[in-house]
Ligand binder design. Structure first.
Ligand code: FMN
Ligand code: SF4
Length: 418
């Protein structure tokens, strides 16, 4: 008997089944506030049978914003977030919100100050210089994490997901690739975990047991010189000590190995198409250098499974959430049978908000998402949308998606992934 559709209790939260819509940035928050589009989207996901849906990538303070259409946690958006969580609850699902700070992945125009990170450097994506955080800025961000959790509780969320992966701020402190500090926040792994520990203290104190605390973290950064599995297991153990209720096991680093996060090709054509002409120099840069800076990482089913199992073994009593390449009911059953308590899905639910109901009705159900990653390309400028439902896709872009799908298929067959 599959446990996939059995309820699961974690802290103050009880899910109707083991499925969670992963945090996949919606790009639906013009003026950094919730919109009708965000409301309609998550309500549709909730109606589609998911156990819990996650509102993606909300910045805990303004300096943590990396996109114009990104949520920024502040008191004036609480009433609209409350409407959203009420609507999700009315459909029988639970609501989570991912809270993070982008660190060095921003631009002054968006985050309102010179971007900062664990160490100084240059952000090629914006492009802009970045300064090393001073101790006052560290204190401010730690406090902002706590305040954001309080706002999430007020807004009716059942869970928060702290973003400690993908090369955003907490991950920039953890990774030796981005942390070159010589103070108590840099050097040894214990020191590099200090910022994360402080953020977690602030989160746990603010949550007061009223919401479940999920943390999305990297199993590895996905390139030489970044965090590897062994150190990441120590991070996971530390997070357990800090009071996390569950860990979401992902990987990759947006500034260095973005396609390691979700696999497939970096969607150069769709990114460039939607970028405004006022940023013609950035358009040209992405067109010429996009694939070099963000090389393809071939997609395979359950692509994080091998590493995630190492965490399963090292943390026997920690609830763990699997994410990465769940495309069929059989994949989902396999995840739960392998000892993970819950699973997250990004693109399968993005392509079809009814995916979970369909998996429930048919144990042979397969997602029709072909990981062209068009949705990611559009998300950089407008809202994420699957190419199958996107109203403004041009014939040239549609041809490009089909070409990418054929290339993916050839590559995955050659590698024995299909
Ligand atoms: C359009 C899109 C946006 C994403 N945005 C986020 C994000 O804001 N935060 C995050 O942690 N992961 C983000 N991801 C990664 C997904 O949550 C997920 O970890 C990844 O896609 C692998 O799962 P999948 O194979 O089920 O899609 C995004 C993925 C996609 C496709
Ligand atoms: S645009 Fe492509 S990758 Fe994104 S959900 Fe649709 S089929 Fe999947």
């Amino acid at each position: 008997m599959s446990e996939l559709f059995t309820p699961y209790k974690i802290g103050p939260l009880e899910l109707r089944n083991r499925t969670i819509r992963s945090a996949a940035f919606e790009g639906m928050c013009e003026h950094n506030s919730p919109s009708q589009e965000l409301f309609d989207y998550h309500t549709a996901v909730a109606r589609g049978g998911i156990g819990m849906t996650t509102v993606a990538y909300a910045a805990v303070c303004r300096s943590g914003l990396s996109f114009e259409r990104q949520l920024w946690m502040r008191p004036e958006i609480v009433p609209d977030l409350k409407k959203l969580t009420d609507a999700i609850h009315a459909e029988g699902a639970k609501a989570s919100i991912q809270l993070g700070h982008c660190g060095n992945m921003s631009h002054r125009r968006i985050c309102g100050c010179m971007p900062y990170g664990a160490s100084r450097g240059f952000n090629l994506y914006s492009p802009t210089f970045v300064h090393k955080m001073n101790l006052r800025e560290i204190d401010e961000v730690v406090e902002a994490f706590g305040k954001a959790v309080e706002l999430a509780v007020e807004s009716g969320f059942d869970a928060v997901e702290i973003h400690a992966g993908h090369g955003y701020l907490i991950s920039q402190f953890l990774s030796p690739y981005t942390n070159h500090r010589r103070d108590e926040y840099g050097g040894s792994l214990d020191n590099r975990m200090r910022f994360m520990r402080r953020c977690m203290e602030s989160v746990v104190k603010a949550a007061k047991g009223r919401v479940a605390i999920f943390v999305k973290m990297n199993t590895r950064d996905g390139f030489k010189g970044g965090m590897e599995v062994e150190d990441s297991i120590r991070v996971a153990q530390e997070l357990q000590k800090c009071g996390a209720d569950a860990l979401v096991l992902s990987g990759g680093f947006v500034s260095k190995s973005p396609m390691y996060v979700m696999r497939g090709q970096f969607p150069v054509r769709s990114i460039v198409h939607y970028m405004p002409w006022s940023q013609w120099w950035l358009k040209a840069g992405v067109l010429v250098g996009g694939r070099i800076v963000s090389p393809t990482v071939p997609f395979r089913k359950l692509f994080f499974m091998e590493d995630a199992l190492k965490f399963r073994e090292a943390l026997p009593d920690m609830p763990l959430v699997y994410v990465g390449g769940v495309t069929t009911r059989k994949d989902a059953d396999k995840v739960i049978d392998s000892g993970f308590q819950m699973l997250q899905m990004g693109r399968a639910v993005l392509e079809d908000t009814d995916f979970v109901n369909k998996m429930k009705a048919d144990e042979n159900h397969c997602s029709e998402c072909e990981h062209s990653n068009f949705c990611i390309g559009r998300m950089y400028t407008l809202s994420m949308a699957c190419h199958k439902t996107c109203k403004d896709i041009t014939p040239a872009l549609e041809r490009n998606v089909q070409k990418i799908n054929r290339q993916n298929e050839r590559m995955e067959r050659r590698l024995g992934y299909r």
